[in-house]
Design a protein around this ligand. Structure first.
Ligand SMILES: [Fe+2]
Ligand SMILES: [Fe+2]
Length: 222
């Protein structure tokens, strides 16, 4: 049983196939992008916040692997995708990966959505805050502006031209920084659909011992 790096996970053909199939299924169902772009960004954010908060390399490694794999169960069903993803991860890696690492990652994947979101380790909280903060124009798949305007998720994602997640050491706050084109959507629409997601981010930040803040168009909303 050995330590497995994110780079090795990124080359695993089964993982890559699960991510590709999941993204395809969600496209058919009308969801925004959940493919390599999304999971790579979540892994990068989770690793960056882990480092900024001073977690060791083991936590960082598990958080970024769980982040990369968190949505790979979507092709088996959206509602329970966090469970499917966790079980798939276990099937793919349980024979080769250090058992402690494997279980922590399985737990973080299973915990990343809805009622299961109960934090018992920092890896899970890092995945959630990195995942739920991903709103950006590049997630929109519609072919035309007219089509984009029809759906509130597409509208809000499309209007978000810049998005970053940072740790503000002075304020001891994990902060989501967004630029939203308010000519395209009123900021209220952002909160209309993302209040729940922001609540998840706040809970994750609290578990990590930090506050959660949002800055939109250079104005601190929280
Ligand atoms: Fe998910
Ligand atoms: Fe996700």
């Amino acid at each position: 049983m050995k330590k497995i790096s994110l780079e090795e996970v990124k080359k695993n053909p089964q993982v890559l196939q699960c991510i590709a199939e999941s993204d395809k299924s969600l496209d058919v169902l009308g969801y925004t992008e959940h493919g390599i772009r999304h999971v790579s960004l979540v892994a990068e954010r989770a690793a960056r916040i882990s480092d900024a908060l001073g977690f060791d390399g083991e936590v960082r490694n598990r958080a970024e692997i769980a982040s990369f794999c968190h949505d790979m169960g979507n092709f088996m069903g959206r509602t329970q995708h966090h469970y499917w993803g966790a079980l798939l991860f276990h099937q793919i890696f349980s024979e080769t990966m250090d058992a402690h690492d494997c279980m922590k990652i399985v737990q973080a994947i299973a915990n990343h959505d809805k009622e299961e979101m109960k934090f018992t380790n920092p890896e899970a909280a890092l995945v959630v805050i990195a995942d739920k903060s991903d709103v950006h124009r590049s997630r929109v798949r519609t072919q035309s502006i007219e089509e984009t305007r029809k759906d509130i998720h597409d509208r809000v994602n499309y209007a978000t031209t810049f998005s970053d997640l940072v740790y503000d050491k002075e304020a001891d706050t994990i902060r989501l920084i967004l630029s939203i084109d308010t000519e395209f959507v009123p900021i209220m629409e952002y909160f209309e659909i993302f209040t729940e997601r922001m609540t998840y981010c706040r809970k994750a930040a609290l578990y990590l011992g930090k506050s959660f803040g949002i800055t939109i168009n250079n104005i601190a909303m929280l």
